[in-house]
Each structure stands twice: as structure tokens, then as C-alpha cells.
Design a protein around this ligand. Structure first.
Ligand code: NAD
Ligand code: UDP
Length: 311
């Protein structure tokens, strides 16, 4: 079975390629390396079942596929705000191209969507049937609006062509292979703590997120691919432990035994105040829930960052 992973040289994509190869699939990894790196999949290049293609999903491509994981899109707020048009286009035209490829090959299609589709949520925790509260023209809209459009386009292909489409709404995920300069909160706090720089908490740090360790997320995505008759379903995937950002700063400072000071910086525009997934649906349909607690996941992630900083 041939599986295409777009954005496969990124943080989540590279772990997904690895897991798919472990399970015996033939894997094509397609990436334009805008926010990902070839080095993330370098260790897979010797595997005859693995193929890496440099390609931008906004351009059509002919490939044989049985299943497509569509992950190609900048994902860190710092990245997508630097690349707003590229982000909008990866999720609109890029998703259109990948859905057309899936249609042509009659293959399955999994869209990596995001908790950002809920925007500044007025419902807590967020359930799949909540429609969200999104600023259509704000600085996050290149990402959250284009992901909402990608969900819409995927559902159009499901309804009009009976394409086997699944949508994962991924909540904050972290782990090894996030770039040191990725800009998301966990890499920022770890690098700052390990290098003795001030730990930059935005706003008062009372905003919350729920952080899922990468291997739990991969398990959820694999289950969403493998389970039969989930066509047309949208499923939240994310952790249940909701933490304030200030707590996360203190936790990382403690684990790294750092002398860094915690400093407060302005809260970026439209930064959601609270975020936690309701994963009742994932538990029921996939038998999935995260297993790695935040402390354990952070310890593993910090070990990896320590090695990266030595390079
Ligand atoms: P990442 O930036 O590490 O990976 C994205 C990958 O997509 C990179 O390798 C990048 O080079 C590639 N890419 C971007 N635009 C492309 C294009 N036009 N053509 C081909 N490749 C392109 O980010 P990630 O955290 O691994 O996120 C992967 C996916 O998961 C994204 O779709 C993101 O929206 C989604 N997601 C991630 C999180 C998270 O917390 N990590 C949360 C919600 C959703
Ligand atoms: N954040 C922070 N300091 C940083 C980076 C991020 O306080 O150096 C905050 C950010 O304002 C947000 C939360 O941490 O409230 C998560 O940010 P991230 O960029 O990781 O992802 P988001 O969930 O906002 O997409």
C-alpha cells in the first residue's frame, strides 16, 4: 500500500513517515522544505520503501497513492505569520490538488486540520460540533481560515464524489524535531531555559493550552487512517491536561534546572485564551487517548533539544 505524506519532512510528518515505514507501507514524502528540513527524514533515505520528493503542493503532481496524509502547511504562528500567502495557498490550492490526486487514484485522504478552526472558543472544552469563533481577517486568519476552507473542500469531495475523507483536528503537539527557532511555546521555552536566556511569557501567562506528545498524536493519526468506515468524519486529537502557559514556563525551568528569568511580553493579537479538546469522539471511534503525561513528554523533548544545541 502506497501512502503519500505531504509536509512529510516537518515535525509531525517525519514521525508519521517513520511509523508508516515501520508498519510496512511504501511511503512517499513530499515537501517544499519551507518550514521542514530534509535532515528530519535523512535517516529514512536508505529504506527502499521510502521516497522523498521536493515539491510544492500548490502545483499538481502525478503519483500512485492508496492513501494521502495532507499535512503540508506552515503550522507555527511565527512561521505562518511570516508566510501568510504561502500558508493560505498550501491549505486552499494545495488541498485542492491533493484531493484531486486522491480522487484520481480512488485513495483515502486525511486532512491535518487544527484546533485553530475553533478560533477564540466560546465553548469549553471544544467539541467537534462547535462551529468556532474566528476573526476572518486577523493575523491568524491565513492559517485558521484556510484550514476551515480545507475542511470545507474535503467535505465537498466527500459529498460530491464519495471520496474517503477523514479530518483530524490536531491540538497543540510537541516533541523532538521541532526546530530550535520554530517559535512555538515549547521550543521557545526549552531553548531559552537551556541557554540561560529570559523565558518569554506572552501576556499574563494565564492563557491555557493542552499539550500532546508527538508519539500519542502519531498513534491517533494512524488509527484514524486505519479504521474502516470513518469517511466524512472529523475528529479532535489532543491532550486532556490543560495547563496555563505560566505553569509550562515554570515546569520547563524546573526540569532544565535553569536560572533563566521569566519575563512577560505583549500578548499577540487574537491569541486564544483557553484551549482543550473534548476527545469523547476519538475515544469512541478510534479507541484512542493520549498516554504520555506532560512531564514525561517534556523530559524526552528536552533531552533531544540538549543534543541539538551541542551541534
Ligand atoms: P511543520 O512546519 O514542522 O511541518 C509542515 C511541513 O509542511 C514542513 O515540512 C513544510 O516544509 C511543509 N510545507 C509547507 N508548505 C508546503 C507546500 N506548499 N508544499 C509542500 N510542503 C509544504 O509543522 P507541524 O507541526 O509538523 O504541522 C504539520 C501539520 O499538522 C500542519 O498541517 C499543521 O497545520 C497541523 N497541525 C499541527 C499542530 C501542532 O501542534 N504541531 C497543531 C495543529 C495542526
Ligand atoms: N507563547 C508564549 N511565549 C512564547 C511563545 C508562545 O507565551 O515564546 C504563548 C502564546 O501566546 C500562546 C501559547 O503560548 O498563548 C501557545 O503558543 P504557540 O505559538 O505554541 O501555539 P498556538 O497554540 O498559539 O497556536
Amino acid at each position: 500500500m502506497k501512502v503519500l505524506v505531504t509536509g512529510g519532512a516537518g515535525f509531525i510528518g517525519s514521525f508519521l513517515c517513520e511509523e508508516l515505514l515501520d508498519k510496512g507501507y511504501d511511503v512517499v514524502c513530499l515537501d517544499n522544505f519551507s518550514t521542514g528540513k530534509e535532515s528530519n527524514v535523512k535517516h529514512l533515505l536508505q529504506n527502499p520503501k521510502f521516497k522523498l520528493i521536493k515539491h510544492d503542493v500548490t502545483k499538481p503532481i502525478e503519483l500512485e497513492t492508496d492513501f494521502i496524509f495532507h499535512l503540508a502547511s506552515p503550522a507555527s504562528p511565527a512561521d505562518y505569520q511570516k508566510l501568510p500567502i504561502e500558508t493560505s495557498m498550501a491549505n486552499s490550492l494545495g488541498t485542492f490538488n491533493m484531493l484531486n490526486l486522491a480522487k484520481k487514484n480512488e485513495s483515502g485522504f486525511l486532512l491535518a486540520s487544527t484546533s485553530e478552526v475553533y478560533g477564540e472558543p466560546l465553548v469549553h472544552p471544544q467539541k467537534e460540533d462547535y462551529w468556532g469563533n474566528v476573526n476572518p481577517i486577523g493575523i491568524r486568519s491565513c492559517y485558521n481560515v484556510s484550514k476551515r476552507f480545507a475542511e470545507n473542500l474535503s467535505m465537498n469531495f466527500f459529498r460530491e464524489y464519495s471520496l474517503n475523507v477523514r479530518i483530524a483536528r490536531i491540538f497543540n503537539t510537541y516533541g523532538p524535531r521541532m526546530r530550535l527557532d520554530d517559535g512555538r511555546v515549547i521550543p521557545n521555552f526549552i531553548v531559552q531555559s537551556l541557554t540561560g536566556k529570559p523565558i518569554s511569557v506572552y501576556g499574563d501567562g494565564k492563557q491555557t493550552r493542552s499539550f500532546c506528545y508527538i508519539l500519542d498524536m502519531i498513534d491517533g493519526l494512524m488509527k484514524l487512517m486505519s479504521k474502516e468506515s470513518l469517511s466524512g468524519e472529523v475528529v479532535n486529537l489532543g491532550a486532556q491536561e490543560e495547563r496555563t502557559i505560566l505553569t509550562v514556563a515554570e515546569l520547563i525551568k524546573n526540569i532544565t534546572n535553569s536560572n533563566s528569568k521569566i519575563v512577560f511580553k505583549p500578548l499577540p493579537e487574537d491569541d486564544p485564551a483557553r484551549r482543550k479538546p473534548d476527545i469523547t469522539k476519538a475515544k469512541k471511534l478510534l479507541g484512542w487517548e493520549p498516554k504520555v503525561d506532560l512531564e514525561t513528554g517534556l523530559e524526552k523533548t528536552i533531552e533531544w533539544f540538549k543534543e541539538e544545541l551541542k551541534k
